[in-house]
Each structure stands twice: as structure tokens, then as C-alpha cells.
Ligand binder design. Sequence first.
Ligand code: FA5
Length: 338
Amino acid sequence: MKESLELMKNKALMAITQAENLEQLEGIRVQFLSKKGEVSLLMGTLRDLPMEERPSFGAEVNLLKASIEEALYDKKQILEEQALAAILEKEKIDVTLPGYQFYQGAIHPLNQVIEDVEDLFVGLGYEVAEGPELENDHYNFEMMNLDKEHPARAMQDSFYTDENHLLRTHTSPVQARTMLEKKGKPLRIICPGKVYRRDDDDPTHSHQFTQIEGLVIDEHITFANLKDALLTMVRHLFGHDRIIRLRPSYFPFTEPSVEVDVSYQKKDGTLGWIEVLGAGRVHPRVLEMGGYDPKKFQGFAFGVGVERIAILKYKIDDIRHFYLNDIRFLSQFKGVNR
Ligand code: FA5
């Protein structure tokens, strides 16, 4: 019996040594160690032995099994390493091949303007506020002193999702939301964001565009403070030689209201003006609805069209370029302002 164990051991170890790949090795494992393998069959002969020989024979078979398992394990490590080396050899990287070209991204020109204006006003102590684009009629119009039947609503015809909800027509509802949040405390905020109107698209108008709202409320705020904030912004954006012109205008939420033009030099060298924003002193009714006592507090507000700023700043001839995502257009703004 002992010899047959020895023979089997030699046979198994020899086969393992000669195995050339993992498949062959698995075949050897099945041949010797599976349920119906040669070692198991040997164990089955145990019952044919006299009682006293059985324990030592069982122990021998277990030793045989252990040495086959160990040899299989060692050989498996070697074959796996060889297989990996073969794969690595086959997949060797040719560093002389030409690489892929990666395009460097850039910040969208509208976002560059927004970031620039934010940086300026945050440096002046303003907070950046936000509000929803799908807005409640109450904040978009009523809190801005535009009752349900107010004719000035027609100036900002819009997209309604139901009777009380619309895509906001301006960033001014964030004024109302912030006033209620601040509960009568002085505030200074700017709020950039997308707005929507049922305007026809043309080179200077889009049905969706971007505004930055500004709002300051405190005691002793005058029109001079508004003018100073606007001039500071215009000169920061366009250069220190620019001047601004305030023209009387009308917004239901400010009184008095102005439209603000920025100076530029025309091709013939003469002075020209371009309207970039609306502004004014916060209407007492708006202050009151926002929880501020208009006898104690005053404020100013402005709403600037970001596209208009970018058009002026980068001399762009059509607002629609901003939304087409044409890489030839966008790649011109790499590194501007950075
Ligand atoms: C307003 O939207 C007011 N909420 C601004 C305001 C805020 C006034 C606070 C007073 C106090 P207006 O409709 O004029 O105002 O729009 C402001 C700016 O948005 C315009 O000066 C213009 O630059 C830009 N704008 C208006 N309509 C469009 C459009 N369809 N496409 C692109 N830009 C537009």
C-alpha cells in the first residue's frame, strides 16, 4: 500500500512539474483531488484494510493530499506570473506613437463677466444671493409692486407653468426673498442668474438671458451711493476712461428709476452711449412689503444684462453666439480676465 501511495505522489508531482499552463494544472487537480479523483478513490479503499491499519493509512493519504495541494499551489503561482509577464510583453507601450490631443477648456465669457462682477462686489462687502429660476408670481411681480392687473407686466411677458408659477423674468424677485430673509436688517447683495422672457430672438435680444441684480438697504442711502456703485462697476469692467449717463426711466419697483448708458468711442471717434442696465431707489412700497420701515431705511437696486456687458466688452455682434457652444467662438476667450 505504501508503495502505491509513493507511486501516486511521484506521478502527481511529475505531472505538476510538467504542466505548461493553468488549464493543464486544473486538469491535474481534478485528476487527483476532485471527488472522484485518484486520491479520493484511494481513500475509498480504506474499508478493505484491517482495522488496525486504517488510521495510519488514512494519515498517509492525507499527507499525500497535502503535498499534492502544496505543489499545485506553488506551480499555480509560477504559471500566473508567467501568464502576466506574457500579457505585459504583448501589451508593451510604444512611447514613440503620437499621443491624443487634449483641448484646454476655458470659462464661458458670460461666466467670466459674472465672476468678475462678483469679485468686485464681494470685495466691497456685498453677499452673493440666489433664488429659483422657476419663480412664484408673488415674488416675481407682486412683491415688486406689480399687481396682477399692472400694465407694466406686459414689459416682461413670460413663460408660465401654471397660474402662479413662471420662469422668472428678471433677478429682482431675489430682492424680495432676501429682504424677507434678513428680517429688517441692513443688507447689500448681488445676485447673478438666468432669466426668461417671451422676447423674439435677434442680435441683441434672447428669450433666455442673464442678469446680475444688486440691492443695498440701509439708513441714509442716497442716489449718490447708487451712482458711485454703478460707476465703480462700469470702470472695473470697461476701464477708467468710461463715464456713465443716467436717463430717467420707469420701473414699478424703484422710484425714481433710471436707465444707465455706458460711454464708448464710435468708429468715427465721436462719443457714443449704450444702455446696459436699469436701476433706481427702492420703492417705499417694496421696502414695506419686504419688512423694512421706509421712514427709516432707504435702498438702491440695479439689474444689469450680462450679455450686454459681454457684447460691449468683447465687441461681439450677435447675442446668439453665447448659446451656440461653437468651440471656435468659445476658444477665443481662453485666458481673458485670468
Ligand atoms: C429689469 O429687468 C429690471 N428688473 C432691472 C432693475 C433692477 C431695475 C433693479 C431697477 C432696479 P430691464 O427689463 O430693462 O429691467 O432689463 C435689464 C437689462 O437686461 C437690460 O438693460 C438689458 O441689458 C437686459 N435685457 C433685457 N431684455 C433682454 C433680452 N431679451 N435679451 C438680452 N438682454 C436683455
